[in-house]
Design a protein. Sequence first.
Length: 123
Amino acid sequence: MPSFKNDRMAEDIHRELTDIFRQVKDPRVSSMCYVVRTDLAGDGSHCKVYVSSLKGAEDAKESVKGLKSAAGFIRRELFARLKMRKSPELHFIADDSIARGAEVTRKLDALVQDAPAEGEEDA
């Protein structure tokens, strides 16, 4: 059975985490670090946060280390901003989906440029 309240809370967490990441002062957290997806547990006690970076997978892994050390600050800020009964425990996971998406886009652009135009066919 779908839980619309849980999905709505996960989206709220996603939005607020994006803003909170800009306030984290840990030098390991990249300014190019983005929240890709949040998965909130049914009871709201745990939340998986998938983090990606435009600089690549290694930068995302380094940012996850910084975010794990700043997890207390992030949880406190999240609890203060959202009206929640309890603050979920955050689990940060490095994800390279942004880099993979950029690579697919580059490959598609290369295919489009290499393809002959519609009016130009070899006779």
